[in-house]
Design a protein around this ligand. Structure first.
Ligand code: CTP
Length: 407
């Protein structure tokens, strides 16, 4: 959550049961290094007390435009000027109506209206499904979006009223990701990115197979960073236990052959292909339909292998890649001689950019260091969290994209 560190967030609460989630959101924001100034409407204070929000944010909560604490008595001006972003969570149907009409009869709506041009305003709608679906509500949020607000998604599921449907506020973790993403420069806006991640699993029989230690963390971090940078992202993932990043389309696969098939099925719209997967080089030549049993003789089973398709090399050899319409990025998991091995691999795979790392030093870890190799030479990204390396790599890729591939 590097993009939240040092940021000042004005967190506005309007009336709704979802106010209980805003307490957790406040906590997550401060843990991510942001300062949070809470502002509550009268209705919000019916659901959660300013005392709770003050304790969690470490700052006195504002609830009234007549609050005499600011020297100039202009809380709406001071608070909106100090903010790096204003987040309304929950944003009620009534508050959206106020925003759409430009009303300013209490502190929070006044502050939104008084915010300087371009100051980010994020709305996290929360309401009953019928209220959410009502044309007036949809119209009001659409108007607020047209006037510059970013309207976040709603969740789906059981509601406090006992009904089930669209209109729940997103979970605090999801809101945190969306708020962080709002600070990421949209370097890949309009682009489509296809990524492979994780190991593959090559089945031997119904209970055994060959795989490796790849955790998928690096590929998932790149997927999250590409999405935050504005790209449409499809992530073809081998068997890993990673949560799907917000807004990313995930396709789960097992074997290298499945992975190749999934990649080919999703390749058409892609402008960028990033192969981070640790694909098994070989698979058993024969799959035993039943578990291979010991027969008591002490004889070992004879296992034969065949080579798996090289997904990256296959994609890099397509016409679109060769014509420069698809920018291909490979990874190299090496155990020694990173520069020499990775440089040779870049040429062998036929890709413009290859990212080298030391496999045993990074598999399963939360951090990594990368060596970027392209036609011009090499460039190191020093050890850092995989999340921040994901953002750095996306910036490096965006910089190298041929401009004619831009939308
Ligand atoms: N790769 C792939 N399909 C394969 C093997 C590798 O798409 N069958 C991709 C990986 O996702 C990575 C790059 O090729 O982007 C290099 O993978 P790596 O495992 O480092 O190298 P290999 O090609 O397997 O070569 P070697 O085992 O000799 O190091």
């Amino acid at each position: 959550m590097q993009h939240l560190h040092g940021k000042h967030i004005v967190l506005g609460l309007t009336g709704g049961v979802a106010c209980y989630k805003s307490a957790q959101l406040c906590r997550l924001l401060t843990k991510a290094g942001a300062t949070v100034q809470v502002i509550m409407t009268e209705a919000a204070a019916q659901f959660i007390t300013p005392v709770t929000m003050q304790a969690l944010s470490g700052r006195a909560v504002f609830t009234s435009q007549w609050d005499a604490r600011p020297d100039n008595n202009m809380a709406h001006i001071n608070l909106s000027r100090q903010a790096d972003a204003i987040v309304i969570a929950p944003c009620s149907a009534d508050f959206a109506a106020k925003l759409a009409q430009g009303r300013a009869d209490e502190l929070l709506s006044l502050l939104c209206l008084a915010r300087p041009y371009g100051k980010p305003l994020l709305l996290a709608p929360a309401m009953n499904r019928e209220m959410w679906a009502h044309p007036a509500t949809q119209r009001n949020f659409a108007q607020a979006a047209q006037d510059g607000a970013q309207v976040l998604d709603v969740g789906q599921g059981e509601q406090a009223c006992g009904e089930t449907g669209d209109g729940r506020m997103l979970e605090p973790e999801e809101l945190l990701q969306d708020i962080a993403a709002s600070f990421v420069p949209k370097r890949l806006a309009g682009r489509s990115v296809l990524i492979t991640a994780g190991p593959t699993f090559e089945a031997l029989d119904p209970v055994r197979g060959i795989t490796n230690h790849s955790s998928g963390k690096m590929g998932f971090a790149i997927a999250a960073a590409a999405r935050a940078a504005g790209a449409a992202v499809t992530l073809v993932a081998g068997p890993v236990h990673q949560p799907t990043p917000r807004g990313v389309q995930r396709v789960n696969v097992q074997s290298a052959q499945d992975m190749l098939q999934a990649v080919q099925a999703h390749l058409a719209p892609a402008d960028i292909f990033i192969a981070t997967a640790a694909v098994a080089d070989w698979r058993p030549a024969h799959y035993a339909m039943q578990k291979i049993k010991k027969d008591g003789s002490g004889d070992l089973p004879s296992l034969a292998f065949v080579e798996n398709p090289d997904i990256l090399a296959t994609v890099a050899a397509t016409e679109r890649a060769k014509n420069g319409q698809l920018y291909c990025v490979g990874f190299a998991a090496e155990s020694e001689n990173l520069l020499a091995n990775a440089s040779a691999k870049r040429l062998r795979k036929g890709v413009p950019l290859l990212v080298g790392n030391i496999g045993p030093a990074t598999f399963g870890q939360d951090d990594n260091s990368l060596l970027l190799i392209d036609g011009q030479g090499s460039h190191a990204l020093p050890r850092a969290s995989k999340i921040s390396l994901g953002h750095a790599l996306v910036a490096e890729i965006a910089r190298r994209l041929p401009t004619e591939a831009a939308n």
